[in-house]
Design a protein around this ligand. Structure first.
Ligand SMILES: [Mg+2]
Length: 228
């Protein structure tokens, strides 16, 4: 058992990879398909939100009730998968600084267990990971933005899946949640997990400082020192 942590959960966008507009364009195309117009998808703030939440907010702009948006999550997810897989190769996807090194180091180490905790719907998460050169199989558990409207509800899903792999109950204080927005920090703190914020994504230092993470890193090169 690792001295400090049993599970590290990585956000994807802005933490491991930046898809340089591919995700947003997929959302736009998906909204056109579902609603008949893009619902302002190109300008809407996405950072830290679950796709379920984004779908609800975009549909609300066209007067569509939240209950109806919730009923459309599965359709949204399959449409997103189709659009993102069609276009992602055309975008200059970036790997966030230190992300590959950290994941490789954790894989070699063999512990703690690593997983993803992302606002992406389940089918698009592996597309984004692969576009950044990460094998989705490296991440042994996941919780996704098609499973809950609020990000705060995702850590318990990932932890339950990790417990099934590890065979013991997890103490949330031994679970690290790594992400690039105040919403990542918030979901960690709401569940008693350790919040690590990184500045490689979509939030400023000031925004992240205000969210009061346990640790604030310039990039993931600093992760190793928190675990060793
Ligand atoms: Mg993110």
């Amino acid at each position: 058992m690792n001295a400090k942590y049993d599970l590290i959960l990585f956000d994807i966008d802005g933490t491991l990879v930046i898809t340089k507009g591919a995700g947003r364009e997929s959302t736009r195309r998906t909204m056109v398909e579902l609603v008949g117009d893009d619902c302002g998808a190109l300008d809407h703030p996405f950072g830290g939100k679950t796709d379920w939440q984004i779908l609800t907010e975009l549909m609300a702009k066209r007067g569509i009730a939240a209950e109806e948006a919730s009923r459309q999550v599965a359709r949204y997810a399959s449409s997103m998968e189709r659009h993102l897989s069609a276009i992602i190769a055309d975008y200059p996807v970036l790997i966030c600084a230190g992300a590959r090194e950290s994941v490789d180091w954790l894989r070699e180490r063999g512990e703690p267990l690593i997983g993803v905790l992302t606002g992406n719907v389940q089918p698009t998460a592996p597309l984004k990971l692969r576009a950044g050169g990460f094998d989705p199989a490296w991440f042994k558990v996941g919780a996704f933005g098609s499973e809950a409207h609020s990000r705060d509800d995702l850590p318990p899903l990932a932890m339950a899946r990790a417990e099934a792999v590890l065979g013991y109950r997890l103490d949330p204080r031994r679970v690290m949640v790594v992400g690039d927005t105040p919403a990542d920090v918030q979901c960690a703190k709401a569940n008693g997990c350790v919040a690590v914020a990184v500045m490689t994504g979509f939030s400023t230092r000031e925004e992240l400082q205000r969210s009061a993470p346990d640790y604030l890193l310039d990039d993931l090169h600093g992760l190793r020192d928190l675990i060793d």
